[in-house]
Design a protein. Structure first.
Length: 255
């Protein structure tokens, strides 16, 4: 009994250390997960490698957070499941992120990164004070074209051609491990005595809603998605967002 208690306390301490790093570690975003157990197993994989921010977009099962299968497969990482944030869409889940890497085997115009390169890019972005995320598709059909538009880069895991399918939590574990290795190798960024306050989630969401309201019908949805990522990568301050609102208002008025 004492050993079990000590183990539970050690796991809790590990989760708290990960949480203390805040947004300097990437969030994990699951798009349309179908199996609650895979969400629980993802929490375990995240805890294995020091990640703590789970975002779940449009889960198929509304009871995923308390499903016995999910709780069991957390294997002690219950706190991550309890704190996970639910979103209606991937667009909503990525609104406040500045750099998103999507795990996908689908071909795009831009070449896919390997795991090590993708991990290094996430660490570098975090080092510059940007919020980062790894995006994973649902078990059945991966990420849709529209969901891939929410990413800034794509990573493809090098698997055997005849056995290329990976369990969702396994994919998370492989890329979380690559991130942890890259993070350990990267020297910490120098302390900033006067950090710049970036626009928060609500401010960015309001800007994105206005962009969609004003431009939908005039430009393609893919262009709107790209515009959202351009704004996100710029990591705007609240003042920058105000300027963008003013410019957008002037452009609309001048139509």
């Amino acid at each position: 009994m004492r050993r079990a208690s000590t183990s539970a306390a050690s796991k809790q301490a590990s989760l708290e250390r990960a949480r203390a790093r805040g947004v300097t570690v990437p969030a994990i975003i699951l798009a349309r997960p179908h199996v609650p157990g895979n969400i629980g197993a993802t929490c375990r994989a995240m805890a294995n490698f020091g990640l703590h921010q789970l975002r779940v977009a449009a889960p198929a099962d509304d009871g995923w957070r308390t499903a016995p299968e999910a709780v069991a497969r957390c294997a002690g990482a219950d706190a991550l499941l309890e704190r996970a944030r639910r979103y209606d869409t991937v667009v909503d889940a990525t609104t406040d992120t500045h750099y998103v890497v999507a795990a996908s085997a689908r071909r795009r115009a831009t070449p896919a990164l390997d795991a090590a390169t993708a991990a290094a890019s996430l660490v570098e972005a975090s080092r510059r004070g940007l919020k980062t995320a790894l995006l994973f598709g649902c078990e059945r059909d991966g990420l849709s074209t529209e969901e891939l538009y929410c990413a800034d880069a794509v990573v493809t895991l090098d698997t055997d051609r005849e056995f290329s399918s990976l369990n969702l939590a396994t994919s998370v574990a492989l890329l979380a491990s690559a991130w942890r290795q890259a993070d350990a190798l990267k020297a910490p960024a120098p302390a900033d005595d006067d950090p710049v306050a970036l626009a928060d989630e609500d401010e960015l969401a309001a800007l994105h809603r206005r962009l969609e309201d004003e431009l939908r019908g005039s430009v393609r949805d893919s262009a709107l998605a790209s515009l959202r990522r351009i704004v996100a990568r710029a990591a705007p301050t609240p003042g920058d967002v105000s300027v963008l609102h003013a410019v957008l208002g002037a452009l609309v008025k001048g139509r």
